[in-house]
Design a protein around this ligand. Sequence first.
Ligand SMILES: O=P(O)(O)OC[C@H]1O[C@H](OP(=O)(O)OP(=O)(O)O)[C@H](O)[C@@H]1O
Ligand SMILES: O=c1cc[nH]c(=O)[nH]1
Length: 220
Amino acid sequence: MASRQSADAAVPAGERELLSAGDVARTVARMAHQIIEKTALDSGAEHVVLLGVPTRGVPLARRIAERIATFSGVTVPTGALDITLYRDDLRQQPNRPLEPSSVPTGGVDDALVVLVDDVLFSGRTVRSALDALRDQGRPRAVQLAVLVDRGHRELPIRADYVGKNVPTARSEDVAVRLTEVDDTDAVLLRRPGTSSGATPGPEPGTEPGTDTADSAGGKQ
Ligand SMILES: O=P(O)(O)OC[C@H]1O[C@H](OP(=O)(O)OP(=O)(O)O)[C@H](O)[C@@H]1O
Ligand SMILES: O=c1cc[nH]c(=O)[nH]1
């Protein structure tokens, strides 16, 4: 998938499109295939549940489940896991409304839970999600699926399924846009203060982790 520069009139100055709408769809499809394969979903041995982290992890989980159903014929239940009150930096975050967690009927006990989020950065959201999940039950195992891994981990957390590894500078921002929330599908890389035509890129030593077990297939 080729990255497009902000010469594209639809992409504002200082932003670079990392994934187009078509790229997002293909990436979600590939992640669905990887989940089917790694969990042996179509063998029926596992009770797999996809739990999205609000905001965009929730529609992303639904999209992955829809692709899984199409590819394997297996209906995977989805839900939402609000992590707001479990953050270790709650006091530093702007106030945001709580979004109720919704765990599918059947719960998460003994299930293989795949947490789904749009961006993996410091890892603190995922750590919070693990705490939030503990209040819902005791899964047999927990995996992590993210659309974008942009590196800069602050905790020993890695994803099992990575849509795209993106080397970034810490000062940059990866913005995932999904139609269910934003009326458009795209992934943008934003560098504060850059003008149109500048090429955002990584600072030395800022590449995202490359040791994710399943990210090889997901790298682009
Ligand atoms: O690995 P981390 O450093 O925790 O960053 C990743 C999180 O940041 C974003 O959420 P954000 O808190 O911005 O809320 P949003 O999903 O509502 O945009 C993103 O959706 C991830 O959940
Ligand atoms: O770049 C980032 C970092 C955290 N969360 C995001 O959505 N984007």
